[in-house]
Ligand binder design. Structure first.
Ligand code: CP
Ligand code: NVA
Length: 300
C-alpha cells in the first residue's frame, strides 16, 4: 500500500489486513511489547483544520513505532502563504518518510501524492475521512465479532464521514442506510457505486433508516469550514438526532458510534451518548491502533 487517500482505493483484503495489523499492534501496546517498526522514520503532519484525535494519535503512534512526527500547522508553513502544494510535496519528500494531511479539498491530497515521492495519508478532507472509518470498522469488529452482515445506519449530514462510512461499510459487506435531509445527501457518485455494489439506501425517514440497525452512527450537523451555516443547519437538521426513539427501533443491543467531537442535544442526546460512551471512546482509542497499522503498511 503506497498511500491512504480514500477508501475507494483499498480492496476488502487490504482493509482486513490493516484491521488485523491494528489488532496486533493494540495487543503489543497493551502488553508492553516493543514494536518499533518505523525506527528512525519521520512523518510530517500538515493541519489546515483543528484536531484533537488525529493529531495526538498520529503523533503518539509514530513515537510508539520508533519514529517521530512533526506538527506542521498551515499557519506556519509557506503553504499558508500560497506556496503551491506541488512544490511543498516535492520539498517535503526530500526530508520526510511520509505525510499525513488534514485539509479542505480532496484534490490537494491527491496532488500531494502525485507530486511527492513519499506515502501520503489523508487525515480528513471535506470529501472523506478514511482513517476514522478504519477505526470504526475495527471497533465494530471488536464489539460484534464480525463486520459483514451488520446493518450500519448513519443519521445526519451527508458529509465526509457519511461518504467514507458508505464506502467502508459496503466494501466490508454491511448494509448501509443513510438518513439525511433533502439536499444534504452524501456524494452522488459514492451513492451510485454503493447501490450497485451492495445493500444501500438513503432516505429522509430517520426511523425507517434506523430500523433493525446493528450500528447507529452520527456526526456534527456543521463540519469544520461550515461555521457560517451552523445556525441554518441547526434548523434543518433538528430531527436528525440519535435519541431514545431512534434506539427503540434499532436492534436490541445496537452499538452507537460517533467520530467526535460530539454536540450533545444536537446530533445525539446526552443520555444516549453516555449510555454508549464505552463504545464511543473505544472507537476514539482505536484511531491510534489503526493509524499505526496504516503507517506501517505505507512507510514500513
Ligand atoms: N474524529 C476526529 O478526526 O477527531 P479530530 O478532529 O479531533 O482529529
Ligand atoms: N464532519 C466533521 C468530522 C470531524 C472529525 C468535520 O469535518 O468537521
Amino acid at each position: 500500500m503506497k498511500h491512504l487517500l480514500k477508501l475507494q482505493d483499498l480492496s476488502r483484503e487490504e482493509i482486513c489486513s490493516i484491521l488485523n495489523m491494528a489488532d496486533q499492534l493494540k495487543y503489543e501496546k497493551k502488553h508492553g511489547i516493543e514494536h518499533k517498526r518505523l525506527a528512525g522514520k519521520s512523518l510530517g503532519m500538515i493541519f489546515q483544520k483543528s484536531s484533537t484525535r488525529t493529531r495526538v494519535s498520529f503523533e503518539v503512534g509514530m513515537y510508539d513505532l520508533g519514529g517521530q512526527a512533526l506538527f506542521l500547522s498551515s499557519n506556519d508553513l509557506q503553504i499558508g502563504r500560497g506556496e503551491p502544494v506541488e512544490d511543498t510535496a516535492r520539498v517535503l519528500s526530500r526530508y520526510l518518510d511520509g505525510i499525513m494531511i488534514r485539509t479542505y479539498k480532496q484534490e490537494e491530497v491527491e496532488k500531494l501524492a502525485e507530486y511527492g515521492s513519499i506515502p501520503i495519508i489523508n487525515g480528513l478532507t471535506d470529501y472523506c475521512h478514511p482513517c476514522q472509518v478504519l477505526a470504526d470498522l475495527m471497533t465494530i469488529r471488536e464489539y460484534k465479532g464480525a463486520i459483514q452482515g451488520n446493518k450500519l445506519t448513519y443519521i445526519g449530514d451527508g458529509n465526509n464521514m457519511a461518504n467514507s462510512l458508505i464506502v467502508g461499510g459496503i466494501k466490508m459487506g454491511m448494509k448501509v442506510s443513510i438518513a439525511c435531509p433533502k439536499g444534504y445527501e452524501p456524494d452522488s457518485e459514492i451513492m451510485k457505486w454503493a447501490a450497485e455494489n451492495g445493500e444501500f439506501e438513503c432516505t429522509e425517514d430517520i426511523l425507517a433508516a434506523a430500523k433493525d440497525a446493528d450500528v447507529l452512527y452520527t456526526d456534527v450537523w456543521a463540519s469544520m469550514g461550515q461555521e457560517a451555516e451552523a445556525a441554518e443547519r441547526k434548523k434543518i437538521f433538528v430531527n436528525y438526532q440519535i435519541n431514545d426513539e431512534v434506539m427503540a427501533v434499532a436492534k436490541k443491543g445496537a452499538m452507537v458510534q460517533h467520530c467526535l467531537p460530539a454536540h450533545r442535544g444536537e446530533e445525539i442526546t446526552a443520555k444516549v451518548f453516555e449510555e454508549h460512551a464505552a463504545e464511543i471512546f473505544d472507537e476514539a482509542e482505536n484511531r491510534l491502533h489503526v493509524q499505526k497499522a496504516v503507517l506501517v503498511k505505507c512507510m514500513g
